[in-house]
Design a protein around this ligand. Structure first.
Ligand code: ATR
Length: 288
């Protein structure tokens, strides 16, 4: 593949992102960058698929020889249901964002969010196994992150505004797995900062256009060597990360998770583990 030139041949391997709407997706930008970077004969396209047309679209893509696809809103539940095989990541997280069409025509479903999150920390030199994690939130993203941490033997404490959701998350994940998950109160969660090595926000607090609540937690009690991470990435410097930086703590922003979850899908379809380097980070940032 010549740099700067689109070359699609009879042999070109295809993948894409299925969503509705899908025009805002940055996935085509990222995957096509890597395809060009590694000289891989492939292309990654947006696949706008209306609600209700998901199954016919997936079976069509599979029949047409696609390698697989990312799946985004509103099709995540349908993606779970259509799979012939659920990868452990999909079972544990209870969600699916990546489909892989196998040679034998079957569909395997993965969730790359949790491992993408852990990958983004490891890429910054953070050893997630260093100590327990304090996790804020109990939605789909929280479950994916918690599953990947627990599966690495890391203990997790969950705090969520709606305690029942935190309890449900802990129940879903505690049946199996080498590390414990416990629930702590949302009110006063900062009292639990001591004893935790990593703080992760998976709530929409601090998100641009998100809930209006001011989110400026008091991190006074955080251990000096705590790492603070936010999966919200618009803005890149969230109120939580700003507070953590002011407190002198190490921070990891949410852009890395996006890049690393994409990395894992790319590897499944195109057989190359692409590097998340400064070039792709800059490409991503320029599009934010
Ligand atoms: P996702 O699947 O992306 O994780 P979600 O399921 O909508 O999204 O979860 C959003 C998370 O942000 C939840 O943990 C939610 O808390 P509740 O379970 O109590 O709803 C949290 N959240 C959203 N708005 C919030 C707010 N104003 N204060 C505290 N938590 C909030």
């Amino acid at each position: 593949v010549e740099p700067g030139r689109l070359t699609i041949r009879g042999t070109t391997g295809l993948a894409g992102v299925i969503g509705w709407p899908v025009a805002h997706s940055r996935s085509p930008l990222l995957h096509n960058f890597w395809l060009a970077r590694y000289g891989i004969d492939g292309a990654y396209v947006p696949l706008p698929v209306r609600p209700g047309a998901f199954d016919v679209a997936v079976h069509g893509l599979r029949a047409a020889g696609f390698r697989g696809a990312n799946v985004t809103i509103p099709h995540k539940e349908a993606a779970f249901a259509i799979a012939d095989r659920l990868h452990r990541s999909a079972v544990r997280s209870g969600s699916v964002n990546t489909l892989v069409f196998a040679q034998d025509g079957t569909i395997e479903a993965h969730s790359t969010d949790g491992d993408g999150f852990v990958g983004s920390l490891e890429a910054k030199g953070v050893d997630v196994t260093r100590g327990p994690v304090l996790l804020l939130g109990a939605g789909g993203a929280a479950r994916a992150v918690a599953a990947s941490l627990l599966d690495r033997g890391v203990a997790v404490s969950v705090a969520n505004r709606t305690t029942a959701r935190a309890v449900a998350l802990a129940e879903a994940l505690s049946a199996e797995g080498p590390a414990p998950i416990s629930v702590i109160d949302w009110a006063g969660w900062t009292d639990h900062l001591p004893g935790h090595a990593l703080l992760v926000n998976t709530t929409s607090l601090g998100m641009h256009g998100g809930p209006g609540d001011v989110f400026a937690p008091d991190l006074t009690r955080a251990p000096d060597d705590m790492v603070v991470s936010d999966i919200v990435y618009v803005p890149r410097m969230t109120p939580l990360l700003t507070a953590a930086a002011a407190r002198g703590l190490r921070i990891v922003d949410g852009t890395g998770m996006l890049l690393h979850q994409a990395r894992l899908g790319f590897k499944c379809w195109f057989g190359v583990d692409p590097e998340v380097d400064a070039d792709i980070q800059a490409l991503f940032d320029a599009d934010l």
